[in-house]
Design a protein around this ligand. Structure first.
Ligand code: GLU
Length: 428
């Protein structure tokens, strides 16, 4: 088969890594089957009246992958490319993400097939409320707790919280995280994923003994994750030589002035298109630049068997979920590129979501210093554990992260569900 026609499936990529880790752990077949499949998978169809009076139908999903470690947790994505396989993979990644970082949540994900840029605020509110109504039996602070993802943010989370509260006749803030501060959101949540990516990037640079002030970086994606990663790393002296969004990709070998670029982006309808102090490059070329640090912070499957051989970065920190397909793993490994996997690299978001959920549940409000210190502690511990396990089993950090997550979830799952003793693992 020519590589041109390989269609990547994020769920298959998840399963490929899962199987490698499960083999190493000698995981029992029944538990393996159980953890490969979501606990629940719901499709909802609903319609809203558009601003022009027409009625439009929408299809949405919520997949609950696993609840062994706690209530399921994960974002809701609004995008035209949303499909059930993608949502299933993203839901499973949430399970592994919380398990690796030690957050007491299971994993879920949701999505609606729509183009949020083509809808007014009023229409987006109607879409969000209709989706919430359709899933009101599923969501709940101790059951399933949504959050933002691609195409959604604090507005959508606020509407979801409000609709859920109306349906239950009382305010229920802890049903969703990533809300505006005035709706019970947490300080530090908006920038949490990007902050986490930059914490992890600095740890990875340190591993290769590269000083931040001497490091160069290219960042794909200038949404919430890419923008904040760029800003934090710029603040640490890293030279950001390239960034992109859907409209354009830019390169400046002397380093981009990120605060200025953000100002431009905010005044330019949330796009970097037309930014002057740089040279436009092809989107696909950003990934191939000779930099110390490459942060894919856009979508799944942007680094595949097709382009992995040409990557020149020393480190890849996965800001997005699933940016590297499983067929590229071995190629990157042979090139000696240090890949910090998504389930660790972008876990800052769900970590501060956990803090928001705790604050809502305890009726507390934490200071930003407390939030950032705890976030840093959790990610540093996660990073150290992943690299320790990678050495112990002589595997890549990605497989190490899966080993940690699988072991934890499998042990809890066996005890809870099958009333069995926790599985025994082969000693290494
Ligand atoms: N959507 C984010 C992620 O993929 C955040 C999830 C959450 O905070 O629950 O990690």
């Amino acid at each position: 088969m020519s590589s041109e026609i390989i269609k990547h499936n994020p769920f298959q990529s998840m399963i490929d890594r899962f199987n490698i880790a499960a083999d190493i752990l000698n995981l029992d077949d029944s538990i393996r089957q159980k953890l490969q499949r979501p606990e629940k998978q719901i499709t909802v169809n609903f319609s809203i009246v558009l601003d022009n009076g027409n009625v439009q139908n929408f299809e949405g999903y919520r997949v609950i992958h696993n609840t062994a470690l706690g209530p399921s947790k994960g974002g809701i994505r609004y995008d035209t490319a949303v499909n059930i396989d993608e949502v299933k993979a993203l839901a499973a990644w949430m399970t592994w993400k919380s398990a690796v970082t030690g957050i007491p949540f299971g994993g879920a994900k949701g999505g609606i097939i729509c183009d949020p840029r083509k809808h007014s605020k009023t229409e987006l509110e109607k879409i969000t409320r209709a989706y919430t109504k359709a899933l009101s039996d599923i969501f709940g602070p101790e059951k399933d707790v949504p959050a933002p993802d691609m195409g959604t943010g604090p507005d959508e989370m606020g509407w979801l919280m409000d609709e859920f509260s109306l349906l239950h006749g009382k305010p229920i803030h802890a049903v969703v995280t990533g809300k505006h501060l005035h709706s019970g959101g947490s300080l530090g949540r908006v920038e949490a994923t990007g902050r986490g990516v930059s914490i992890i990037s600095l740890l990875a640079l340190e591993k290769l003994k590269i000083r931040p002030a001497k490091a160069t970086a290219a960042i794909q994606g200038f949404g919430n994750v890419g923008l904040h990663s760029a800003l934090f790393l710029y603040g640490k002296g890293v030279k950001i030589v390239a960034v992109s969004d859907v409209s354009e990709a830019f390169y400046n070998p002397d380093g981009l002035n990120i605060p200025e670029l953000i100002l431009y982006y905010n005044l330019n309808n949330k796009t970097i298109k037309g930014y002057p102090n740089s040279v436009a490059i092809k989107h696909e070329d950003l990934l191939l630049l000779e930099v110390d640090l490459l942060i894919p912070a856009a979508k799944e499957d942007v680094i595949t068997q097709k382009n992995a051989g040409q990557i020149q970065a020393k480190i890849i920190v996965e800001g997005a979920n699933g940016p590297v397909s499983s067929d590229a793993d071995q190629i990157l490994h042979e090139k000696n590129i240090l890949v910090v996997p998504d389930i660790l690299a972008n876990a800052g978001g769900v970590t501060v979501s956990y803090f928001e959920w705790l604050q809502n549940s305890l009726l507390e409000s934490w200071r930003i210093h407390q939030i950032n210190t705890r976030l840093e502690d959790i990610l540093e511990k996660g990073f150290d554990t992943v690299f320790r396990v990678a050495v112990k089993y002589n595997v890549t950090p990605r497989i190490a992260a899966y080993i940690i997550a699988l072991k934890k979830v499998a042990e809890t799952q066996s005890v809870k569900e099958f009333a069995l003793e926790a599985p025994q693992y082969k000693q290494n």
